[in-house]
Design a protein around this ligand. Structure first.
Ligand SMILES: [Zn+2]
Length: 382
């Protein structure tokens, strides 16, 4: 057995945990840059509590998925601050992560971005930063990459470094209670994808498998409940926990074909990451299982897909193929739209497939998929 595991320096989890934020922030200084989404006003009580503790705050708002330009602007705004706090969904958390990294470095995202940038390692340690997720989706509070959109390249790419890990990940499930059902569905299926893909990943290990199995059990019991009843405390708590477990798993075991598509789709369609993953997930699982059966019938990933089917259906007799139907059922039950609803056209599929084949996440897929198989995934998700 060989593995390496890295995560945020501290993880605090629990309803009401946000009350500890001022004390935690004070440990890093008295000047904080607060990164929020477009409607960050809903976190005013949290911000007031930070200011009341004697910390001078300035707010930087991320109105949409973060772009290279926004990260650059945030890093300029953030000069002179001692700590960055990101309060919001995955976009906000990733923006805070990138800004904290860029402030003490060159400030130019393209110096460090992989795929489309120069991919240089960070010269200086990022500013300490605190992640406070308000969706149960991306697990970005414990990942070591920040995804930035480059409208110019029509693709999303990552800043990636072990130095990007948060100093504190503070997960308060109460912050997710008011999420609309549509966001609960998309972010919740991103969570499921981030548990399924690391579990069958070529880089899976014994420790991340534990997180994936427990996380999938939580999603199976809680996602549909949280979708119907957003104020169901135990369902929301379970989904926040599952999201954290997915983040821990993906940051250490990688992802696969669904996220391989999500990166270029995010750049081409500018739709929410979770909605795109949810749309691709059923086809990604179906094509992966078929490719494994055809070319690697004794592959461990097939046993793991059977385990996924058993966890998600609750039926200990379920077989590998049942994973396909139960995931498709869940996606349908949560009213997930196909990719054409976000503007993808059939003519764009060759371009999409070409970009997906080169995506970083694709490298961890349990089996290398052919161009024909990738095209089939895209066509089925359309
Ligand atoms: Zn994801």
């Amino acid at each position: 057995m060989h593995f390496e595991f890295a995560t945020a320096a501290r993880i605090l989890f629990g309803c009401g945990a946000r009350q500890q934020l001022p004390t935690l922030a004070r440990e890093f200084g008295t000047r904080a840059l607060i990164v929020t989404g477009a409607n960050g006003e809903r976190f005013s009580p949290v911000l007031s509590a930070i200011e009341a503790s004697g910390i001078r705050c300035s707010r930087f708002s991320i109105p949409r998925e973060p772009t290279i330009d926004l990260a650059r602007e945030g890093a300029l705004d953030g000069r002179g601050f001692e700590v960055v706090i990101g309060i919001g969904g995955g976009s906000v958390i990733d923006a805070a992560k990138a800004i904290a990294a860029l402030i003490p470095n060159s400030g130019e995202p393209l110096d460090y971005l992989e795929v489309i940038g120069r991919g240089r390692p960070l010269e200086n340690t990022p500013l300490p930063w605190i992640a406070v997720p308000t969706t149960a989706g991306t697990g970005a509070e414990v990942t070591r990459n920040a995804v930035l959109d480059s409208p110019e390249h029509g693709v999303k790419a990552s800043l990636r470094s072990p130095l990007l890990l948060a100093r504190v990940a503070l997960i308060d499930p109460e912050l997710t209670f008011d999420l609309p059902a549509r966001v609960t569905a998309a972010t919740g299926l991103d969570t499921l994808t981030q548990l399924v893909e690391p579990y069958v990943s070529a880089r899976a290990n014994a420790l991340t498998d534990l997180f994936c199995v427990e996380g999938m059990k939580r999603v199976a019991s809680s996602l549909a409940v949280a979708f119907r009843d957003g104020h169901n405390r135990s369902a929301r708590e379970s989904m926040s926990y599952a999201s954290l477990l997915g983040g821990l798993a993906l940051a250490n075991a990688g992802l696969g074909v669904v996220h391989g598509f999500a990166a270029p789709l995010g750049g081409m369609l500018h739709a929410a990451h979770g909605a795109l993953c949810a749309a691709v997930l059923p086809a990604g699982v179906a094509v992966n299982i078929r490719a494994l059966r055809q070319r690697a019938p004794s592959h461990e990933a097939l046993t793991k897909y059977r385990e996924i089917a058993r966890i998600l259906t609750g039926n200990p007799q379920a077989e590998t193929g049942d994973a396909i139907a139960c995931i498709a059922d869940l996606v349908a039950k949560l009213s997930i739209s196909p990719l054409r609803a976000y503007g993808l056209r059939a003519q764009q599929i060759p371009e999409l497939v070409e970009k997906a084949a080169r995506a970083n996440s694709m490298k961890a897929n349990p089996i290398a998929l052919t161009i024909d198989e990738l095209t089939e995934v895209a066509e089925r998700a359309l």
